[in-house]
Design a protein around this ligand. Sequence first.
Ligand SMILES: [Zn+2]
Length: 51
Amino acid sequence: MDYIKKVCPACGSEFIVLKNREGKAVYCTLHCLSKSQADSGRNIVSPLMPA
Ligand SMILES: [Zn+2]
């Protein structure tokens, strides 16, 4: 099977994925995936904001 090397946009490390999974594999780990999703949700108004 063919593997390709990709760079994780969350932590910057290189990782190897199966070529036929390239489109789905963006992050090196689920941790990086959830981290990036948390970052993109930062626009939610903080409940600690003074009224
Ligand atoms: Zn990563």
